[in-house]
Design a protein around this ligand. Structure first.
Ligand code: SF4
Length: 379
């Protein structure tokens, strides 16, 4: 196992240090660089959210994972690896998976000074999370629950046999108290809310819960895009999206870091209102915007099959390779050379902008040629 960085060189996460920002690689290497691997470590979960990217592929048992030696080797081959994300299912659900996959990955990351994010629903007993706390840089949780009914319905929307209501409500309470306890003990908890028809009427309530009850250090806002898994929830029009962003800027707690990711608003779109909103986001203290990482600095690896996807739009693009036979930097370079990536990957340094991903483009800008916009911007 490589030991490229001493673990104590990691700077704390802050508005000035977001290691998941793909633009960091552009600044460091002057090109898109593979620096982020997301591992799908389990197909198991105690919930079945309708909006979950893997909600309909969840299973009741996990197959055997690939040998960890192969996974370590593939990670060793990535010289610029800076961040790792661990996702599922619920990564802390299966004790076997925690022992055989999650903890070994956390220890690997620790030994290389790599930042780690875990995507969890935080509804399991507290001691599971305390057990891995020292290895976690960001505990990421989705919070899209405008009402308790939303949690009990949508949170289990893809489950055939519904648990009793009381059991569902207990999980909600557990999530709130885990978040606040872990945060008070020093864990960085980042709650993400998707902008869609269900969340927008309740943004103030959700934000206040994230600030006061969950005591999170960051609230992330990401528009919901119509990937397959979310097709039953209603996406917002571009106009509704912009109104919702203004609204959350109006009502937010100014002391909490808000991160806006994958926004469908770009400096090259010549619209006064868009540019005013972008300027507002840039000028507001404690607010940051993040370029979309998928395919820019990140690949997703499934630890059971070895399949590699360009995260989130795997449905659009499918499996692009397998770690059983390919090195990840080679897979990434091959992806960057595809016509799809070439058609999307624009770059305007003046705005630290890396352009839209395929879902954003298809949803809101099907007729815009961003490569042409890029040329105009560079004149
Ligand atoms: S990088 Fe692409 S999307 Fe961003 S401003 Fe330039 S051309 Fe527009």
């Amino acid at each position: 196992m490589l030991n490229l960085y001493a673990s104590n060189v990691k700077k704390p996460i802050s508005i000035h240090n977001d290691p998941w920002e793909a633009y960091n690689d552009m600044q460091e290497h002057d090109r898109l660089t593979l620096s982020n691997i997301e591992f799908t470590t389990t197909n198991l979960c105690n919930m079945r959210c309708s909006h979950c990217a893997v909600g309909y592929t969840l299973q009741t048992t996990d197959p055997d994972p690939l040998p960890m030696d192969l996974i370590y080797r593939r990670l060793d081959e990535i010289p610029d690896l800076k961040t790792m994300s661990i996702t599922g299912g619920e990564p802390m659900f299966s004790k076997k998976s925690i022992r055989n996959v999650v903890k070994p990955l956390l220890k690997y990351a620790h030994s290389r000074g790599i930042y780690v994010q875990m995507n969890s629903n935080l509804t399991l007993p507290l001691d599971r999370y305390l057990d891995i706390a020292e290895y976690i840089d960001v505990m990421h949780i989705s919070h899209n629950w405008g009402t308790i009914d939303e949690f009990t319905d949508v949170g289990f929307g893809a489950m055939d046999k519904q648990p009793p209501l009381k059991a569902k409500l207990r999980l909600y309470e557990q999530m709130l108290s885990n978040s606040s306890t872990l945060s008070q003990q020093g864990m960085f908890i980042s709650a993400e809310t998707m902008l869609n028809q269900s969340t927008v009427p309740h943004l103030e309530k959700i934000h206040n819960e994230i600030v006061h009850d969950m005591k999170c250090q960051r609230h992330e806002i990401h528009p919901m895009y119509p990937a397959d898994f979310a097709s039953q929830l209603e996406v917002l029009s571009l106009k509704e999206m912009k109104t919702a962003i203004h609204h959350i800027l109006d009502i937010r707690d100014p002391n909490l870091w808000m991160l806006f990711g994958t926004l469908p608003i770009y400096p090259c779109i010549k619209d006064e209102n868009d540019q005013a909103l972008l300027q507002r986001l840039r000028d507001t203290p404690n607010v940051t915007m993040r370029n979309d990482p998928d395919g820019r600095n990140r690949l997703n690896v499934n630890v059971f099959t070895g399949n590699v996807i360009v995260t989130d739009f795997g449905d659009e693009n499918g499996t692009i390779s397998n770690i059983k036979h390919d090195k990840l930097p080679d897979v990434f370079n091959h992806w960057l050379a595809t016509p799809l990536a070439q058609s999307l990957n624009c770059h305007c340094s003046e705005f630290s902008c890396l352009g839209p991903n395929v879902l954003v483009k298809n949803m809101y800008y099907p007729n815009t040629d961003f490569k042409k916009n890029e040329k105009i911007m560079h004149r």
